[in-house]
Design a protein around this ligand. Structure first.
Ligand code: GRG
Length: 310
């Protein structure tokens, strides 16, 4: 995209992100103390506290806040979604999958530790996430998070990770790499709605559930998150091409070089940008019916997804 929207100055988005990400960082640190058996705990902490952008937990907190909840109500869910995200990255980096030596600028988990520990650290993070989300004592006394709502939140996280979500996206992505690369936009959308959008969707929806949202609010927030999940991937693909042309000869543009199908390959750069713009507008439209004094964080998270540079 050429220019960022003029609304950017009205809300201190950077300050908001820094403050929320710092709170998430503290909660993650407290959630997984170093304990026996130490090596697997070390690996879990190594990957969890490696300094990601924390987009999913911030989406979770922002959705909770939008529907009238407080950060403390959504923090267990925010930690849980980041644990699932971290687990998916650890497993994605394994030699049997993407075989990546680096993650977030440092050795990937199986490189810093070993493969069995990386697999088990990932497994432990999934169990941990569900235990935290399902435990009523995770929620502060003033939270009106009923058992019904906890059960819905657990179901949402389970379905986003499984064969209808992340696993389906990852399998379809693996099958589509190389000569079998997806030929159609529908196939590409199938992959990204599951591999990338599903966890963003769950993050927003679970935040809304614990914040006390109505079914209608949850549905609109679900659509918002699906749009920004896809948008995230389209922008990733666009950045890959633009970075590649900027930095030809350096390491950027891995997916361009890998034979993976991307939006620019199927649509060209201009139409990919138009598609991204449409997704951005569609995501914002979903927020129209909410209290306008509370929508700034999610509106700006959508802009951030669209206009980020990395
Ligand atoms: C959850 C049960 C279960 C299985 C996971 C391995 C696997 C199955 C799925 C892989 C999913 C995957 C690696 C998706 C990529 C998603 C994505 C866009 C990652 C990058 O997200 P950022 O940019 O990363 O938010 P940071 O580092 O900022 O956190």
């Amino acid at each position: 995209f050429a220019a960022e929207p003029a609304t950017a100055a009205a809300f201190d988005f950077k300050g908001y992100m820094l403050q929320k990400a710092a709170a998430v960082e503290r909660a993650l640190d407290e959630a997984v103390p170093l304990a026996h058996p130490e090596r697997v705990h070390e690996a879990m902490r190594y990957s969890l506290l490696a300094g990601g952008k924390r987009i999913r937990p911030v989406l979770c907190l922002a959705a909770c806040e939008l529907v009238g909840g407080r950060d403390a109500w959504a923090m267990p869910a925010a930690v849980a979604v980041e644990m699932i995200h971290t687990m998916s990255l650890i497993h994605d980096d394994l030699p049997c999958m993407d075989n990546d030596d680096l993650r977030r600028g440092r050795p990937s988990c199986h490189r810093a530790f070993d493969e069995p520990i990386a697999v088990l650290a990932g497994d432990a993070l999934v169990s941990f996430a569900f235990a935290l989300l399902a435990d009523p004592s995770s929620y502060p006394a003033d939270a009106s998070v009923t058992t019904d709502r906890i059960v819905c939140a657990v179901g949402e996280l389970a379905s986003c990770g499984g064969v209808k979500g992340l696993v389906a996206g990852q399998v379809a992505d693996i099958e589509a790499t190389g000569p079998g690369a997806p030929a159609s936009l529908d196939q590409l959308k199938f992959i990204h709605l599951r591999k990338t959008a599903a966890l963003m969707e769950a993050s927003v929806v679970i935040g809304a559930i614990v914040g006390g949202a109505s079914d209608d609010q949850i549905e609109r927030l679900r659509q918002y998150a699906r749009c920004i999940g896809l948008l995230f991937q389209v922008v990733d693909d666009i950045l890959d091409v633009t970075k590649l042309s900027e930095e030809l000869g350096k390491t950027a543009g891995k997916d361009v070089a890998s034979g993976k199908t991307t939006y620019p390959k199927l649509l060209g750069l201009e139409r990919s940008r138009e598609f991204a713009e449409r997704l951005l507008n569609d995501s914002k439209e979903q927020l129209a019916g909410f209290d306008p004094t509370k929508t700034a964080p999610l509106l700006h998270l959508a802009d951030y997804t669209a206009y980020r540079h990395k």
